[in-house]
Design a protein around this ligand. Structure first.
Ligand code: NDP
Length: 445
């Protein structure tokens, strides 16, 4: 049996109830098969793939907190430090009821290759909790974040592990966690978290980075394939951080974003999504999208899923994992969609990805196309250690450069291994090569 097949099987046996983690491992290992075959003996001798598919460290902890009625609530917390070969562990924190060990492991595994692709020295990690922020008061959110950090502080540090935001964790939550860290340590250590507020060490353009970066890489992919993003109709899922700034940048680059969604329904706005209204509904009121429709009489609100049925040129899934399935891929192809560029992590299932690729749709995986967020987090770390701040324009320019470089690196890697145009393979290969080289150089650790 080939080394890749052996490891795929081993991961399945060792992690039988972790479907998301198995899905992510399957995708990466299939993509790097050609690389592994070229180095099979060496990699096997060093047990490279065994080590690469197992988290280096894995923390699970209890988070007790007191709700507004004085009742004690308990949630489960996680921090998975997957691979630290190329730099301090780095990856976001997710607060969502669907968080479990499988989700944490898939995200931190993916993060390892994403961080490698940015060209910055960052290892892969992820963390979070099954805590549901929906419907909680501000004080409850604060008490939960404080309790979470009271445990998490043991495992993190500017040179050890630097968490950031993700689903359910934005500027407010990062602020509360940073405050608690500062209190526990009795010191201001800005480099311990990224996504911080601007008044206490955050980077300009971090909030916008993932969405903006997604559009920069989309523009470059279209350009290199003979298309212009300007004038294109774009469908977007999600209505959070990534989706909002993807929509804003799509407008700025001359495209027309016509949809957004949340976990209960979706909007089709024939005039294009109005960013100010979306931000008012989601960032200020923290309300459902029905309120967007109430403020924009021509917009249509639909319950459930449906953005992928809207005719478009470009689709940007920006909500969550496995939100674009085989039937959605078929609808996109039937409607003439030319590109699917992932803003979320693993939003497209494996069979849907294959269908899109087989039907000539340009497809870029999230680990490349949403790397703008962690790239600017890396820039925030640099600014913190130099105790300086770059302007919005400086950070935005660096972000754009990084996204364009990421695309060309993965495009070159795909060509080198005879898989021209297969950006999934290219991203996995380019990310893998650097991590593998670092691991081989550092011996058996
Ligand atoms: P937010 O919490 O800001 O927004 C998430 C959006 O997705 C919300 O509109 C939410 O709806 C919707 N959503 C979440 N879970 C589900 C679900 N199970 N079904 C349907 N809709 C859902 O998160 P972000 O925008 O930060 O993250 C979105 C994706 O991008 C995630 O996959 C994340 O890992 C990835 N990502 C984020 C980065 C960042 O910098 N923030 C960086 C790189 C990747 P509702 O409001 O109803 O919950």
């Amino acid at each position: 049996m080939s080394y890749v097949d052996e490891i795929k099987q081993r991961v399945k046996v060792q992690n039988p109830s972790q479907p998301e983690f198995n899905q992510a491992v399957e995708e990466v290992l299939e993509s790097v098969r050609a690389v592994v075959e070229r180095n099979e003996e060496r990699y096997r001798r060093e047990a490279l793939l065994e080590r690469l598919t197992m988290p280096e460290r894995n923390f699970t902890f209890t988070i007790p907190w007191v709700d507004d009625n004085g009742n004690v609530q308990v949630n489960r917390g996680y921090r998975v430090q997957f691979n630290g070969a190329i730099g301090p562990y780095k990856g976001g924190l997710r607060f969502h009821p669907t968080v479990n060990l499988s989700v944490m492991k898939f995200l931190s595994f993916e993060q390892t290759f994403k961080n490698s692709l940015t060209g910055l020295p960052m290892g892969g990690a992820k963390g979070g909790s099954d805590f549901d922020p929906k419907g909680k008061s501000d004080r409850e959110i604060m008490r939960f974040c404080q309790s979470f950090m009271t445990e998490l502080h043991r495992y993190i540090g500017a040179d050890e592990d630097v968490p950031a935001g993700d689903i359910g964790v934005g500027a407010r939550e990062i602020g509360y966690m940073f405050g608690q860290y500062r209190r526990i340590r009795g010191a201001y250590k800005g480099g311990v978290l990224t996504g911080k507020g601007l008044s206490y060490g955050g980077s300009l353009a971090r909030t916008e980075a993932t969405g903006y970066g997604l559009l920069y890489i989309t523009q470059e992919i279209l350009k290199c394939n003979g298309h212009d993003l300007a004038g294109k109709t774009v469908v977007v899922s999600g209505a959070g951080n990534v989706a909002t700034y993807a929509i804003q940048k799509a407008w700025e680059l001359g495209a027309k974003p016509v949809t957004c969604s949340d976990s209960t329904g979706w909007i089709y706005d024939p005039e294009g999504i109005d960013v100010a209204t979306l931000r008012e509904v989601k960032e200020v009121r923290r309300a459902r999208l029905t309120e967007y429709a109430a403020l924009r009489p021509n917009a249509q609100y639909h319950e459930g899923k449906g953005v992928w049925t809207v005719k478009c040129d470009v689709a940007l899934p920006c909500a969550t994992q496995n939100e674009l399935l085989i039937d959605d891929a078929k609808a996109l192809v039937a409607n003439g969609c030319m590109a699917v560029i992932e803003g979320a992590n693993m939003p497209t299932s494996l069979d849907a990805t294959k269908y899109l690729q087989d039907n000539g749709v340009l497809f870029c995986p999230g680990k490349a196309s949403n790397a703008g967020g962690v790239a600017v987090s890396g820039l925030e770390m640099s600014q913190n250690s130099e105790r300086r701040s770059w302007t919005f324009e400086e950070v935005d320019e660096m972000l754009k450069g990084i996204m364009i470089r990421i695309f060309h690196n993965l495009d070159d890697a795909a060509r080198e291994y005879g898989m021209e145009g297969n950006y999934v393979a290219g991203a996995n290969i380019a990310g893998f090569l650097k991590v593998a080289d670092a691991m081989m150089s550092q011996g058996v650790v």
